[in-house]
Ligand binder design. Structure first.
Ligand code: AHG
Ligand code: MN
Ligand code: MN
Length: 302
């Protein structure tokens, strides 16, 4: 095997960051093997009032336990915890954000879902997304991949299933294709704002193809490969959209920037927002720079 393994790759990173990435990566087999067996409901609701799936709760628990074992994590902010979880010794330099299972409505339909992680080296629990030192996601698709970004770039690792079960570097220093070809949009079209309608019409007229799968992690992954944009916009009755700034929008925005793209909340970069609530929502658009610039220009007219 000549390709670099994820573990070899992470030796080039700070060892604490490497420990966080490897803690998640080392759980992939356990999580992947559990997926077919926990497709029901947990019978509980999370802080957002959403019914938790059995897998939401279980993946959260195994990830939290393994991340805390690294000894370098001071705080975990997870979609499924309600409030930040601090390690009792108050040691560790890192705040880790977690969407244990993104796309959980796809569990029943067997569409894509994955895990999204953001890594901050900060004293404060809540800081701007631009302060992340690393962000990555694990996509439990037909092919399991871990896409990891640091300020130095974005790399994709593929999990082997024959001969070795390691992850191997499969795409190095990924950059968004120009011109981007896809658009992937959440939220009901009847609830889009006039500005967003104008933007989408322009994109359709420019020949962008619609592809939406219902999981940020999966939809983002295809944008990373084909270029274009993913949006979960502000909606007429929900000005902050649906997705969560800290656990969803920030890690993906960090990854898109490292791949040469841009992010926006319709006014400016998502990564510049100082969160005041771990659970706050934000409109989110990520994609090729020219498209995100155009999105902001159109919103600026309204
Ligand atoms: P989660 O499963 O972590 O709650 O996230 C679901 C999110 C995101 O993955 C996706 O982009 C969006 O919800 C889909 O929402 P719609 O069903 O409204 O399109
Ligand atoms: Mn999610
Ligand atoms: Mn989730």
């Amino acid at each position: 095997m000549t390709e670099k393994t994820l573990e070899q790759h992470t030796t080039d990173l700070n060892e604490d960051v490497a420990a966080i990435i490897n803690a998640v990566a080392n759980l992939t087999d356990e999580i992947f093997n559990e997926l077919p067996h926990r497709r029901g409901m947990a019978g509980t609701k999370n802080v957002f009032g959403e019914e938790q799936k059995a897998l939401d709760v279980w993946t959260n628990d195994v990830l939290v336990e393994e991340l805390m074992k690294t000894g370098v994590v001071r705080t975990i902010v997870s979609e499924e915890l309600g409030e930040p979880l601090h390690n009792p010794e108050e040691t560790g330099d890192y705040v880790v954000t977690l969407d244990p299972l993104d796309g959980s409505s796809n569990i029943e339909s067997n569409n894509l879902f994955g895990t999204i992680v953001g890594v901050h080296k900060e004293k404060e629990t809540l800081t701007k997304g631009k302060n992340q030192v690393c962000a990555f996601y694990n996509l439990y698709g037909p092919i399991t991949t871990l896409v990891c970004a640091t300020k130095d770039g974005v790399n994709e690792f593929v999990k082997h299933r024959k001969g070795s079960t390691d992850y191997f570097l499969s795409r190095k220093n990924m950059k968004l294709k120009e011109p981007g070809s896809l658009m992937s949009i959440g939220g009901l079209p009847k609830d889009w704002t006039p500005a967003y309608r104008e933007f989408v019409q322009e994109m359709m007229d420019a020949g962008k193809k619609i592809r939406y799968g219902g999981a940020f992690v999966g939809d983002f992954n295809q944008i990373l490969y084909y270029g274009g944009f993913f949006s979960y916009p502000s909606l007429v009755d929900k000005p902050n959209g649906k997705l969560r700034l800290v656990i969803e929008a920030n890690p993906m925005s960090f990854i898109i920037e490292a791949a040469g793209g841009a992010c926006s909340n319709e006014k400016g970069s998502v990564l510049e927002i100082l969160p005041d609530d771990p659970n706050q929502r934000t409109p989110i658009h990520v994609g090729n720079k020219d498209l995100i610039k155009r999105l902001e220009e159109i919103h600026g007219k309204y």
